[in-house]
Design a protein around this ligand. Structure first.
Ligand code: GLY
Length: 293
């Protein structure tokens, strides 16, 4: 960029969800203010989901909004967080509680960067890939070996593009992208964000699918396909947290409005439905989901 005549400054912070908070956001904003960043500057978010979410929020806030380019370097960021304009940091009360919808001007995904990461980071992203298979396109399950990575990412992004185009602000259909996330976010928070997002969402999807089977809403084969797919990617299919621990955490989940919560219920691989329920019913899903078949 310097060779092309652009002036650049670089802000680097420790990797991981523990950095996705208000102190890091303020450090970044102060850095931008002290670094001659002007209204016609552009923030380039080079990294995984934490970088994209935090830099995206800073771009939305600084001078009421500067340019934003997402450069995802993890599978999770490539298929999910770099696309769709959700930016956020976590608050002590919960994940992503402080955020904004702020669309990037551009997303550039260079899949060569994925090769620089440990296998565990690829697994983390596979949870979101498997999510797309369950909410939209079962055939994605045949691509989990990663041999057709460009096509895999393109197909996941196309599904997300269509959903976000229909419901940018998450009032309806976009909530399908939260399959496994209500219980998954609770697992992440219970662990103090030491359990990676993908592992937490993996366990969250199994809890929800098990509950759906127990309620007669989903077939057992789909649940088994889910577990097989997760295991093949080295992802967990259960959590050691108790129903009570997870439920306490869910009560502060951002998706709760008054005493109701929207759950994403799988009907079969490739089809999920949104169901708005009371917290009591959400707890019943949790109990049925953690109790086995
Ligand atoms: N990651 C879920 C969404 O973008 O809506």
């Amino acid at each position: 960029m310097c060779d092309a005549g652009f002036e650049t400054v670089k802000f680097v912070f420790p990797a991981g969800e523990k950095s996705k908070n208000v102190p890091t956001l303020l450090s970044l904003l102060n850095f931008m203010a002290g670094g001659r960043i002007t209204r016609d500057s552009t923030v380039f978010a080079l990294g995984g989901g934490v970088v994209g979410d935090l830099a995206g929020l800073a771009a939305s806030l600084y001078m009421r909004g500067v340019g934003l380019v997402q450069l995802p370097t993890t599978l999770l960021a490539a298929v999910d967080s770099s696309v769709g304009g959700k930016t956020a940091v976590d608050l002590p009360a919960g994940k992503n509680l402080m955020g904004a919808f702020y669309q990037p001007d551009l997303v550039i995904c260079d899949t060569d960067t994925l090769g620089t990461l440990p296998d565990s980071e690829f697994s983390n992203g596979c949870a979101e890939v498997i999510k797309y298979a369950f909410i939209s396109d079962a055939s994605i399950l045949d691509m989990l070996d990663g041999s057709r990575i460009d096509e895999l990412i393109s197909r996941c992004v196309a599904i997300k593009r269509d959903i976000v185009t229909a419901d940018e602000h998450d009032r309806g259909e976009r909530q399908l992208l939260n399959f496994g996330h209500t219980f998954g976010h609770a697992i992440e928070k219970c662990s103090g964000y030491t359990i990676p997002h993908g592992s937490a969402v993996a366990a969250g999807m199994v809890i929800m699918a098990t509950a759906a089977v127990n309620k007669g809403l989903c077939d057992t084969i789909s649940l088994e396909l889910l577990k097989t797919a997760l295991r093949s990617c080295g992802l967990p299919v259960e959590t050691h947290y108790s129903e009570a621990e997870l439920f306490d955490t869910i009560q502060s989940d951002k998706k709760r409005s008054s005493d109701r919560i929207t759950l994403v219920v799988p009907r079969r691989v490739g089809l999920c439905e949104l169901t708005e329920v009371t917290l009591d019913i959400a707890r019943e899903f949790l109990r049925l989901g953690m109790g086995g078949l």
